[in-house]
Design a binder for this molecule. Structure first.
Ligand SMILES: Nc1ncnc2c1ncn2[C@@H]1O[C@H](COP(=O)(O)OP(=O)(O)OP(=O)(O)O)[C@@H](O)[C@H]1O
Ligand SMILES: [Mg+2]
Length: 457
């Protein structure tokens, strides 16, 4: 190849790059083996000086991740099938530590024989720095382990980020398994109290009197069995965050006591008159509709408003279907790592995951993958390795997000969920406790879902 041809091609790519750069985009051309052939100068804005030249010849999966570009991964598959994919989130890694979060679009290049373009360039990768990039770049640990692709979850991350310098009381609401505890931990890990403890208490797990001593502690002799003084969770969480899980289940007498702590920042151990100062930031969570509980008289409205200073709603997984695939891939990686296995999904397994309505949300997805990894042999998780209610869901809901008016989608969603619940119940011979365990939800949640969906034997 003559020097002038090389020069012409470089100039052609340079012109394309400049056009993309003026739109705030960075581009790369890949050869048929998915190695970088050209990288635009603008990549240096993300990876530092000299990066454009250093990237040439590198396999794209080293830069943008195996999850997207490894053997059998979605973007590699798409390119090899001659298809375009838009707006995928990826972390771009150079040689240094740290990564930049980018949104990636990939497309095969169609060559015009007359054009000056490099015929070896088979694919185009266009990247845009992700607007959430700074969330990862600034946090010490980033939002580790919290996968968020859907606009709804990106909004949640943004709220967590806005709380970064605050100690505001937060109320997390969402169905079982939507990630309330994970978000609570992220709030703590990004708060001024991150070096203090994160202490979780479930308000649903204990009867009222035990819960009171669990929260506030007791002194020796306060009640039968109180053989020594014991610090409560409020005390243990001093300087850190107290996560009040299932706060909607807090018995009314304790609601009064909690309200006092929130108002006056003080409390007493059970059986003691010494007043202690509460120095714990409160993050509360519930799967209940607290407003309705207030209307029904089961939850005090004054406490409700004290907790709801900064409400965050976690939508169910079926309402943020874009998250299913990335969370599934992330969890598969994690579950696989534990067993020392590198695993991937077959296309029909992925299709089944995408069409299932996930009444138990991310927790159910996690359980289903644990199950599949145990059942599967080899490196590929197939549809038939998934729990039957998941692999069978395709019959009920053929497409990931059914096209057509929202009402129709909602009906299909409702029907899909109903079918999945009935399937799980059938499998456990209608033993609700067993079905709930399989779905990764609590018994009461399952009863509630059955009522909502009109499922009965
Ligand atoms: N966005 C996410 N990315 C990765 N993992 C997630 C995400 N959301 C939830 N998970 C995982 O799913 C499981 C359930 O999440 P979590 O316990 O936070 O939910 P929860 O709302 O508190 O549920 P429950 O009401 O059942 O207690 C956890 O193992 C968590 O790590
Ligand atoms: Mg929880």
């Amino acid at each position: 190849m003559s020097a002038s041809t090389t020069e012409t091609r470089r100039a052609a790519f340079g012109a394309v790059s400049a056009a993309f750069a003026s739109l705030g985009r960075v581009c790369m051309a890949l050869d048929a083996g998915l190695r970088v052939r050209h990288a635009s100068q603008a990549v240096e804005g993300l990876l530092g000086a000299g990066a454009a030249a250093r990237l040439v010849g590198r396999p794209v999966e080293e830069l943008l991740g195996e999850e997207l570009f490894g053997e059998g991964a979605p973007l590699r598959q798409a390119l090899q099938a001659g298809e375009r994919r838009e707006g995928w989130r990826a972390s771009l890694r150079g040689d240094g530590p740290g990564a930049r979060l980018v949104s990636v679009t990939v497309a095969p290049l169609h060559h015009d024989p007359e054009s000056a373009c490099d015929p070896e360039a088979a694919y185009l990768v266009v990247m845009r720095p992700d607007e959430e990039d700074h969330l990862r770049a600034t946090g010490p640990a980033g939002f580790a382990g919290l996968v968020a692709h859907s606009p709804a979850m990106v909004r949640v991350l943004r709220l967590v980020d806005q709380l970064r310098h605050r100690e505001t009381t937060v109320l997390l609401q969402g169905e079982s398994g939507t990630g309330k505890e994970l978000v609570a931990r992220a709030i703590h890990a990004h708060s001024p109290r991150r070096s203090g403890p994160f202490v979780a208490v479930s308000c649903a797990a204990l009867p009222a009197d035990l819960l009171e001593s669990e929260l506030f502690g007791h002194v020796r002799g306060a009640f039968t069995g109180a053989v020594r003084d014991r610090a409560g969770r409020f005390e243990v969480a001093q300087g850190g965050t107290l996560f009040l899980d299932e706060v909607g289940d807090l018995p009314l007498p304790l609601q009064v006591k909690l309200l006092r702590v929130l108002q006056e920042r003080s409390y007493e151990r059970v059986g003691d008159s010494t007043t202690l100062r509460a120095d714990a930031r409160i993050v509360a969570a519930t799967h209940r509709d607290l407003r309705r509980a207030v209307e029904a008289g089961a939850f005090r409205d004054d406490l409700y408003y004290r907790l709801r200073v900064f409400p965050i709603e976690l939508p169910p997984l079926r309402e943020r279907r874009e998250d299913i695939e990335p969370i599934a891939r992330y969890l598969l990686l994690r579950v696989g790592e534990r067993g020392g296995r590198a695993l991937r999904f077959s296309p029909d397994a992925l299709r089944a995951l995408l069409s299932y309505p996930w009444p138990g949300n991310v927790r159910e997805l996690e359980n289903a993958l644990e199950f599949a990894v145990t059942v599967s042999q080899g490196q590929t998780v197939r549809a038939e390795d998934l729990p039957p209610e998941v692999s069978g869901a395709r019959l009920a809901a053929p497409e990931a997000s059914p096209p057509g008016p929202p009402a129709r989608a909602a009906v299909a969603d409702h029907e899909g969920q109903r079918t999945a619940l009935v399937a799980a119940l059938d499998r456990s011979r209608w033993k609700v406790a067993e079905a709930a365990r399989a779905l990764g939800i609590s018994r009461s949640t399952l009863w509630r879902r059955m009522r909502e969906l009109g499922v009965s034997r």
